[in-house]
Design a protein around this ligand. Structure first.
Ligand SMILES: [Mg+2]
Length: 381
């Protein structure tokens, strides 16, 4: 961490928490579940003595990391006592306490970390990436996920992506049948030569199905294949890895550094999807990426169902994590939400996410949008 962070004497005087439902433009199917109508996130705002504020987002998914209710309770009840009244300079000690105060709830810890560093960055006039480490990139290639049961609608989206110079798509598979997956991948590989196509099963297959279907998908040469089987099927992941030419990525099998160490030891993957919502924040996400680098495995910047606020935290992490070299999927603020939470468009130019250079996370929450879509709020000192 930047040494100036530890010198901050300003105290946090208020912590506000909102459970928010943001409407989306279509239903999306993934191997382990479906999202329709709205994504549910939890937003936290920290206020310092100077009146400056910092925002962070927890983006849980009930079938993957946890529930919005758990994220809300973790922040509002279990983390609040360790936050209000603390000096901003106590960042590392507070995050250590947060990890002990409540088990799991990685998304809530990621939200707290983002809000803390957003506020500290604003006070120190430094972008969050400058607090985390040394900047290694100023743009990140964008990937957009295709997950519509109606492939004609995804074809329209693909045309829009090509027009927008997006170079990567990730085809969500394993939620209907193998023929549907083969048909869509073959179409993309033959009809859209400007796109690099990856495949993500989101744990959608049984081990038996995966051993049969994944080698066939591999014949169509996707640039990687992500998490075909359940997160706990480490042995099957290792076996699948030996059956495919395409790199096999671990996502749900690897949350934090401990999982990464085991994944390396058991040789279950050729790469890993790093997400701040799994690793409990940017600092631990960078540690996952560093461990992967040591083992010669590249990393990908994954996300959950997020607004631009959580995307931004991921962007600052990737800006100083050299090994997260496979791009990112921070597309939802631009291509999925009816309206983002932020007061300006998420920064994408010519298919690249542009790393903000201004203090904190670099964008502000639109309070009107937040209040309009809030389901529950808790505002306290
Ligand atoms: Mg995934």
């Amino acid at each position: 961490m930047h040494p100036d962070l530890a010198t901050l004497e300003e105290k946090i005087v208020a912590m506000d928490v909102w459970h928010v439902a943001l409407p989306v433009n279509s239903r999306r199917d993934h191997g382990i579940g479906t999202v329709a109508d709205a994504i549910e996130i939890v937003v936290v705002r920290l206020t310092g003595e100077s009146g400056q504020t910092g925002f962070g987002e927890a983006s849980p998914w009930s079938v993957f990391t946890g529930t919005p209710e758990a994220s809300f309770a973790a922040l509002d009840r279990y983390l609040r006592p360790h936050v209000v009244g603390r000096k901003l300079g106590d960042f590392e000690a507070t995050m250590a306490l947060a990890r002990k105060a409540v088990v799991h709830c990685t998304e809530a810890k990621a939200a707290l970390e983002a809000a803390w560093l957003d506020l500290a960055g604003k006070i120190l006039a430094k972008p969050v990436w400058a607090l985390l480490g040394a900047q290694c990139r100023s743009t990140i290639p964008l990937s957009v996920s295709l997950a519509n049961l109606d492939f004609d609608q995804d074809k329209e989206l693909v045309q829009r992506l090509i027009d927008d110079q997006v170079g990567f798509v990730k085809l969500k598979t394993g939620f209907k049948d193998h023929a549907f997956d083969m048909m869509r991948l073959e179409y993309l590989q033959t009809q859209c030569p400007s796109l690099t196509v990856r495949v993500d099963y989101n744990q959608g297959l049984t081990v038996e199905q995966a051993l049969k279907d994944v080698p066939e998908i591999d014949q169509l040469a996707p640039s990687f294949i992500e998490q075909p089987v359940a997160h706990y099927e480490y042995e099957a992941m290792a076996q699948l890895r030996s059956l495919t030419q395409a790199p096999l990525l671990a996502d749900e099998s690897v949350f934090g550094p401990q999982d990464m160490r085991r994944a390396i030891r058991e040789q279950i993957c050729d790469g890993v999807s790093v997400k701040i919502m799994k690793s409990a924040g940017m600092v631990q996400g960078m540690e996952v990426a560093r461990l992967a680098a040591e083992a010669g495995l590249p990393a990908y910047g994954g996300d959950m169902f997020e607004s631009g606020l959580a995307h931004l935290a991921g962007v600052h992490m990737i800006a100083c994590a050299p090994n997260i070299s496979l791009g990112c999927e921070f597309y939802q603020a631009t291509y999925y939400l009816n309206q983002d939470l932020m007061d300006a468009p998420f920064p994408i130019e010519a298919g690249q996410v542009v790393v903000p250079d201004c203090p904190g996370l670099g964008m502000n929450v639109d309070m009107q949008v937040l209040e309009q879509h809030a389901v529950v709020a808790s505002k306290k000192g």
